[in-house]
Design a protein around this ligand. Structure first.
Ligand code: ADP
Ligand code: CDP
Length: 231
C-alpha cells in the first residue's frame, strides 16, 4: 500500500460511538494487516481515572504542567499491543461505565485533547496503525487512506455493552447502560472540541444487523479496494 500519513506509515482509522464495536474490530483488523492497534479511548479513560473529573477545574497552566508529567507508550507484547500510562500497563480497571462517563467529561477539555492527540500522532509516526476513537479520521490522522465510521442503533450498542459487562461479572442494568450510552453519544457529538462525526471521506458501516464477522469482512473488503487502487 502507498506510504501515507505521518512519516509514511500506513494508518487505518475507526471512529464511532460507544459500544459499536470499534475496539473489537480494530484489534482484529490490525492483526489481519500485521500492524499495530491503538485504543485512544483507553488514553482518555486512564487519564480520567488518574486525574479525576477535577481536571476540568484546573487552569490552563496547571493542565499544561500536569501533561508534562504524563506519558503514554504503545508496546508490542507477543501478538498483542499494550498501552502504558505513566509507565504502568493500562488494564481492565478502565473498562467500567463510570470510567467511560469520566472520560467523556475530561474529553471535552481542549487542552486535554491537544495533549493526547500529540501522543497519538507520535505513535502514528513510529508505526503503522489501526487507530480507534472519536476523532481519528477527522482530527488526528486526516490523511489516513482508509477511514471507517462504525455506527449502530443505541439499543443495539447498549445490548452489546450489557452482554460484555455482565459477561465479565459487572452488575449493570440494561436500562442504565442505554441511558449512559445515549448521554455519552450526546456529549461526544455536541461538544465544541473535536465532536464525534464521520470524516467526509469516511466509509460508514452500520453494524446494527451485522455480526462481528460480517463487519470484519466489510472492513477487509474496503481495505482491499484501497490496496488495489494503489497498485
Ligand atoms: N457487530 C457486532 N455484533 C455483535 N456484537 C458485537 C459486534 N461488534 C462488537 N460486538 C461486541 O460488543 C461489545 C462492545 O464492543 P467494543 O469493541 O468494546 O465496542 P467499542 O470499542 O466501540 O465501545 C463487545 O463485547 C464486542 O464483542
Ligand atoms: N479519540 C477519542 C477516544 C475517546 N474519547 C472520549 O473517551 C470516552 C471513552 O471512549 P471509549 O472509546 O473508551 O468508549 P467506548 O466507545 O469504548 O464506550 C468517549 O466517550 C469520548 O468522550 C474521545 O473524546 N476521543
Amino acid at each position: 500500500m502507498r506510504e501515507f500519513a505521518g512519516k509514511g506509515n500506513f494508518i487505518v482509522t475507526i471512529d464511532g460511538p460507544a459500544g459499536v464495536g470499534k475496539s473489537t474490530l480494530a484489534k482484529r483488523l490490525a492483526k489481519h494487516l500485521g500492524i499495530a492497534y491503538l485504543d485512544t479511548g483507553a488514553m482518555y479513560r486512564s487519564l480520567a481515572l488518574h486525574a479525576g473529573a477535577g481536571v476540568a477545574d484546573l487552569s490552563d497552566a496547571e493542565m499544561r504542567e500536569m501533561f508534562t508529567a504524563y506519558s503514554y507508550a504503545l508496546k508490542k507484547e507477543d501478538d498483542q499491543y499494550a498501552l502504558y500510562f505513566n509507565g504502568k500497563k493500562i488494564g481492565e480497571e478502565i473498562r467500567t461505565e463510570k470510567a467511560g462517563r469520566l472520560a467523556s467529561v475530561v474529553a471535552k477539555i481542549p487542552e486535554v485533547r491537544k495533549a493526547l492527540q500529540k501522543f497519538q500522532r507520535e505513535i502514528g509516526e513510529e508505526t503503522a496503525l489501526v487507530a480507534e476513537g472519536r476523532d481519528m479520521g477527522t482530527v488526528v490522522f486526516p490523511y489516513a487512506p482508509v477511514k471507517f465510521f462504525l455506527d449502530a442503533r443505541p439499543e443495539v450498542r447498549a445490548k452489546r455493552r450489557y452482554d460484555e459487562l455482565t459477561g465479565k461479572g459487572q452488575q449493570e442494568k440494561y436500562e442504565d447502560i442505554l441511558q449512559n450510552i445515549i448521554a455519552r453519544d450526546e456529549q461526544d457529538r455536541n461538544r465544541a472540541a473535536d465532536p464525534l462525526a464521520p470524516h467526509e471521506n469516511a466509509i460508514i458501516v452500520d453494524t446494527s444487523e451485522l455480526d462481528i464477522e460480517g463487519v470484519f469482512q466489510e472492513l477487509v473488503r474496503h481495505c482491499q479496494i484501497v490496496a488495489a487502487g494503489d497498485k
